[in-house]
Write a new protein. Structure first.
Length: 303
């Protein structure tokens, strides 16, 4: 009897382990394609673009193959389904650009701000559905580049720790008068750190940086919201705008951010129209296997 009892107990343990493995496997799989949450600000002109990220189970038979944005037929979409690979899922993305396509269809001309909150997802089985993707703000540039622009971009770089910088040279006297972004609240709340470092021109001394990009990326100067505007900039001055994302929660770190900070300038002599320099700040998630597992479980509960 004792031998039969041990046998029965062993069979129960094996069955329990088998059921547990099935439950664990199902709990870590997605039954449909899931888009991440995006917070994007883009300037609808040639050269600008935005990325839409999505997570998909490797065993899914119905795969995402394309997207369509209603009202904007001229946008060019480039799929990258295997942007990052995980044990059970793939992280893919769709790159959406305002460049002209070979089809002859021109990108849409957008003169007023607009917001896109959903796209039409097209799947490999011929089906489609509207899905929410967060919010994409289309913000036209107020003042386009002209000949003899007062500010010239000279260098810039980004890092894998979600930081970067732009360096600008002042070509003629201007006043830095303001700054704007749809997502300025991220700067105010500390989720995005932005510093401005203004090097005043000294006669006979060049401000060309000899520091490597890694050193340039470090935040220096003052928090940009603390600038005592307006700031007078003279010919030969150098302006460095550095940023670092400082996202405070795991949920925010699984979101996508593509922001456009616009610095606004007025001609010091009043002879030229106002002008803007636009700075691109981007955060793309790079989750670990554990973070993907946690995200999948959260999304399964929400689906």
């Amino acid at each position: 009897m004792r031998g039969k009892g041990y046998y029965f107990l062993a069979m129960l343990l094996i069955a329990g382990s088998w059921v547990g493995n099935i439950w664990y496997d199902q709990a870590n799989r997605l039954e449909r394609t899931v888009f991440l949450e995006h917070y994007i600000e883009v300037i609808p002109e040639a050269g600008d673009y935005f990325d839409l990220y999505y997570l998909e189970d490797k065993r899914l038979e119905r795969k995402l193959i394309d997207i369509y944005i209603e009202g904007y037929p001229g946008l060019q979409v480039s799929p990258y389904p295997n942007y990052a690979e995980y044990r059970k899922q793939s992280l893919g993305k769709m790159i959406v650009s305002f460049d002209s396509t070979d089809s002859g269809q021109e990108p849409p001309e957008i003169k007023e701000p607009a917001v896109i909150r959903q796209v039409t997802a097209l799947y490999s089985d011929g089906s489609s559905e509207k899905v929410r993707i967060g919010e994409i703000h289309l913000v036209p540039r107020d003042n386009v580049n002209r000949d003899h622009d007062p500010i010239q971009w000279t260098s810039g770089a980004g890092s894998s720790d979600h930081s970067g910088y732009d360096r600008l040279a002042v070509r003629r006297p201007v006043n830095l008068t303001g700054l704007s972004s749809v997502y300025m609240s991220m700067v105010e709340e500390g989720d995005l750190l932005v510093h401005a470092d203004i090097a005043k021109r000294t006669p006979g001394i060049s401000h060309r940086s000899e520091a490597p990009s890694e050193a340039e990326i470090k935040l220096s100067g003052v928090p940009i919201l603390d600038l005592p505007l307006p700031v007078r900039l003279n010919q030969g001055d150098s302006v460095k705008v550095a940023y670092k994302f400082n996202l405070s929660s795991p949920a925010k770190r699984m979101q996508v951010y593509q922001l456009r900070l616009r610095l606004e300038y007025a001609d010091a002599e009043g002879d030229q129209a106002p002008w803007q320099s636009v700075h691109h700040f981007a955060y793309y998630p790079s989750p670990t296997e554990r973070e993907i597992t946690e995200y999948v479980r959260e999304r399964r509960g929400a689906l």
